[in-house]
Ligand binder design. Sequence first.
Ligand SMILES: C[S@@+](CC[C@H](N)C(=O)[O-])C[C@H]1O[C@@H](n2cnc3c(N)ncnc32)[C@H](O)[C@@H]1O
Length: 307
Amino acid sequence: MDRSSTDRQEICAGLLQLPARIAPKYFYDVRGSALFEEITRLPEYYPTRTEAAVMQAHGADILQKVGAGGTVIEFGAGSCEKARGLCRLLRPQRFVAVDISAEFLHESVARLRGEFPGLEVLPLVADLGRVVELPAGLPRERRLLFYPGSSIGNFDPPQALELLTRFRGLMAADGALLIGIDLVKDIAVLEAAYDDAAGVTAAFNLNVLDHVNRLIGSDFEPAGWRHVAFYNVAASRIEMHLEALAATRVSWPGGERRFAAGERIHTENSYKYRLAEFFALLARAGFSRSDAWTDPRDWFAAVLARP
Ligand SMILES: C[S@@+](CC[C@H](N)C(=O)[O-])C[C@H]1O[C@@H](n2cnc3c(N)ncnc32)[C@H](O)[C@@H]1O
């Protein structure tokens, strides 16, 4: 089945669930990817700048543990902004940039090639929730898998374990995973990061409806919905939803769904971890040696996990 028909099936099934769901990967059309870049520069959105500061402060340690050269494979590479710093630090021979947002990825990769003329850059459009086939002939030795931005937080714990296990399967004994983890912290700080004063996160969340309209031919009216974000303490996660402002009916070829006023569509979870919990998850996924570096407030961790 091609990507567009699996996407259509997955989205329609999610819209018919109680409560309705749209997976966060559908945020990322070209506009969604650009809005995410805007989010990373917001005063409330601490993860991007905190992770960059941790990587900068501990770059020498990371280099000493993984060594220069080899292959860097970034998952959810987006603008490749974080890859720039890592490529300057590690001077890899090749860089594989994996992302679901095809057009945005190809533009980012073109810019990166211009900046690192000696680096072999291989873009790969793929959905991390499914099996990712790496480019044929990619050396198996000396692979550093890079998964920044705490994107692992978008997966429920069983899926996160499955993804980490698949990451382990993509490397030889000399491989490593460098992964960004957003840590449990003050609720007000967390909620502000997902509901900024300028309304950029709200625009990002609402944009998923336009993207879904294009993917399945539905007739969502984004103006009839509002952005909702809150921290669910029991589940240790930020939840994002879209809430219907009035009773509405949404239809698409082959289906429809009625929503009552106030009914929500669940669009994202972002799990926040305690380091000990995350180390335990890594151990279950087959990583036995893990190091972590955090910022002075312990808000964000860069974790280096090795088999
Ligand atoms: C939160 S952004 C993080 C971007 C960047 N790595 C960073 O740390 O700032 C998530 C990135 O992952 C991509 N993405 C989201 N879901 C994905 C999936 N299921 N498969 C592959 N890429 C995905 C998005 O297109 C986006 O570029």
